[in-house]
Design a protein around this ligand. Structure first.
Ligand code: NAD
Ligand code: DAU
Length: 358
């Protein structure tokens, strides 16, 4: 059996990846090491918790003793998903982002070094490049120009990973992927927030003019890319992973697709105060991963339809989240900004006006 440490496996991408890995790697035994922050949710893994090849350990990747203890299980491969992942929260307070994204990564790298792990795989983000002009694509060799404390922490993490590879010879791979979407995404992120808001008959808060561009990658396609890179990726290298669907979609266009899918009216959109430092467009050059044989399989319309269906069918998953810690965050995040000429708090629909039978 190959003994694998997956950190942050109770979150959105990590839990999707654990399901995927148990399916496609019968020779893997997995330790899911997760701090269970507000975004960590063991309900994401309920169906596999009795699987003999799966173990859960609650812990912080910045806690060297806890990491050393889990490594004693004979871990050979570390896949690090753990991070504070929400840009807006990093603007309100950055410390946790640095604790996990920098000190946490350093602690894991030390453990990889000391225990002679065969590979340390870092899940990174296209946000480390900052935004790119229309027609341009970030390559893995580009300089890092992170715009938010979140992406600055991720960039620092990437640099540490490369430094440990060069100085200590730790075998590493970094992948930088674009915006993931799919089931079990914490409903603070745009797509999950907008779908669940509409299902609750609430308006959706679109930042600024809604003309920002993100590259929407279905989480299943991301999981397949990770596997390919584990298998064929060169140690010490960085790989971009993105869907590159054409035409590119602005946030407003994505919002319209969601509204259409839920038969809701455009009046449900509230244009609200923009995110400070908001990156305008992300797009990555994926030639390096494509050459190895990966391409996205989920078309955006199909992926969106499936994702909307999942949130519709699983209110028991997201309703408890939206009534807890999330509610306080939401009220603070979207309350009217004193300097703004327009409100940033999205309205509750007064009735069925603006809906087309959600
Ligand atoms: P998420 O917020 O849904 O999950 C993060 C998980 O990490 C949670 O389970 C949380 O409890 C855990 N965690 C946080 N701090 C920890 C710590 N100190 N020790 C142990 N566990 C900790 O995030 P996600 O969207 O699933 O993102 C996973 C990874 O992918 C992150 O590294 C993120 O930067 C990266 N990424 C995400 C996207 C995206 O679109 N969601 C895109 C590119 C890259
Ligand atoms: O690009 C990869 C990144 O994608 C990951 O590294 C991050 O972990 C992940 O959270 C995501 O970051 P974004 O900031 O792009 O995702 P978010 O869902 O927060 O926002 C997507 C777009 O939608 C962005 O342009 C901001 C906008 N938005 C977001 C929210 C939450 C809105 O217009 N309104 C909102 O309420």
């Amino acid at each position: 059996m190959i003994r694998v440490l997956i950190t942050g496996g109770a979150g959105f991408i990590g839990s999707n990846y654990i399901h995927h890995a148990l399916r496609v790697h019968p020779d893997w035994e997995i330790w899911n090491f997760d701090k269970l922050t507000y975004a960590g949710n063991l309900a994401n893994l309920k169906d596999i918790e009795q699987d003999a090849r799966y173990h859960f350990v609650k812990g912080d990747i910045a806690d060297a003793a806890a990491v050393a203890a889990v490594m004693k299980n004979g871990i050979e491969l570390i896949i690090n998903f753990a991070a504070e992942s929400h840009v807006d929260r990093s603007i309100k307070g950055s410390q946790e982002f640095l604790m996990t994204g920098v000190l946490g990564v350093q602690t894991l790298l030390d453990a990889a070094k000391e225990h002679g792990a065969k590979l340390f795989y870092q899940i990174s983000t296209d946000e480390v490049y900052g935004d790119v002009e229309a027609g341009q694509y970030s390559t893995e060799a580009d300089i890092l120009r992170p715009s938010s404390p979140y992406s600055a922490a991720k960039a620092a993490g990437d640099l540490l990973v490369l430094a440990y590879a060069r100085t200590h010879g730790v075998p590493v791979i970094i992948s930088r992927c674009t915006n993931n979407y799919g089931p079990h995404q914490y409903p603070e992120k745009m797509l999950a927030l907008f779908v669940t808001n509409l299902l609750e008959n609430k308006h959706v808060p679109l930042y600024g003019d809604g003309q920002q561009i993100r590259d929407w990658l279905h989480v299943d396609d991301h999981c397949r890319a990770i596997d390919l890179l584990l298998d064929k990726g060169r140690r010490g290298e960085v790989y971009n992973v993105g869907a590159n669907h054409q035409p590119e979609l602005t946030n407003l266009q994505v919002t319209r697709l969601i509204l259409d899918e839920l038969k809701a009216d455009a009046a449900m959109i509230d244009f609200v105060t923009d995110r400070p430092g908001h990156d305008r467009r992300y797009a990555v050059d994926t030639a390096k991963v494509s050459v190895l044989g990966w391409k996205p399989l989920v078309a955006p319309e199909e992926g969106l339809r499936r994702t909307v269906r999942w949130y519709k069918d699983n209110p028991d998953w997201w309703r408890p989240i939206k009534s807890g810690e999330f509610l306080k965050y939401y009220q603070e995040q979207y309350r009217k900004s004193p300097s703004s000429s327009h409100p940033s708090f999205p309205r509750q629909s007064s009735g069925q006006a603006g809906r087309r039978g959600v």
